[in-house]
Design a protein around this ligand. Structure first.
Ligand SMILES: NC(=O)c1ccc[n+]([C@@H]2O[C@H](COP(=O)([O-])OP(=O)(O)OC[C@H]3O[C@@H](n4cnc5c(N)ncnc54)[C@H](OP(=O)(O)O)[C@@H]3O)[C@@H](O)[C@H]2O)c1
Length: 157
């Protein structure tokens, strides 16, 4: 698959905070609506903890959960390692969105050709950060401004 169709999708503060106590530190419906618009019809790859925080398979999308411990579940594909999850995701034909959390982002960073970030304008405390990455490797492709966040799509240089 073309790496341009392998996309990391994340919402983070300017301090790169992505999570707090297993969930999101903020409640921004407009960002969830954007998440839905971007991902419907495509494939999502997520870690087990992120799946548990969402709590259900998301409709109109193929959901792949990476987990060594999770039992198979209706409406989801569970893969025991990251490589098999990527292989399975690429069979879908559409785009592949890596939707977190930190562990999944870390493994997806070398593969993804696009980074789609909602930069949350307000500062929030959190206990989970996006993994370190070189911002200079990424070029801004598109951006939209919303009241509570700015969404920027970056392409790998
Ligand atoms: N702001 C955002 O856009 C955003 C998006 C998503 C998540 N989050 C936040 O991120 C936090 C969770 O992140 P996290 O890093 O703690 O957890 P995570 O990446 O969601 O899940 C980690 C789990 O995934 C499984 N896993 C990961 N890599 C694996 C591999 N190579 N092989 C097999 N299993 C693998 C393991 O599950 P098992 O233990 O079952 O083996 C591991 O414990 C939460 O606070 C969540 O709200 C934020």
């Amino acid at each position: 698959m073309d790496s341009q169709n392998m996309i990391i999708l994340v919402a983070m503060t300017t301090e790169h905070i992505i999570g707090q106590r297993g969930g999101l530190p903020w409640d921004i419906p407009e960002d969830l609506a954007l998440f839905r618009r971007l991902t419907v019809g495509h494939t999502l790859v997520m870690g087990r903890k992120t799946f548990e925080s969402i709590g259900r398979p998301l409709p109109q999308r193929t959901s792949i959960v990476v987990s060594r411990s999770m039992a198979p579940m209706e409406g989801m594909i569970v893969c025991p390692d990251f490589c098999s999850a990527v292989e399975r995701a690429c069979q879908g034909g559409g785009k592949v969105f890596f939707i977190g959390g930190r562990e999944i982002y870390k493994q997806a960073l070398p593969l993804a050709g696009r980074l789609s970030v909602s930069w949350i304008k307000k500062d929030y405390a959190g206990d989970c950060r996006f993994p370190p990455y070189r911002q200079s490797d990424w070029l801004i492709e598109q951006e939209w401004d919303y009241p509570e966040f700015r969404h920027i799509i970056y392409q790998r240089k």
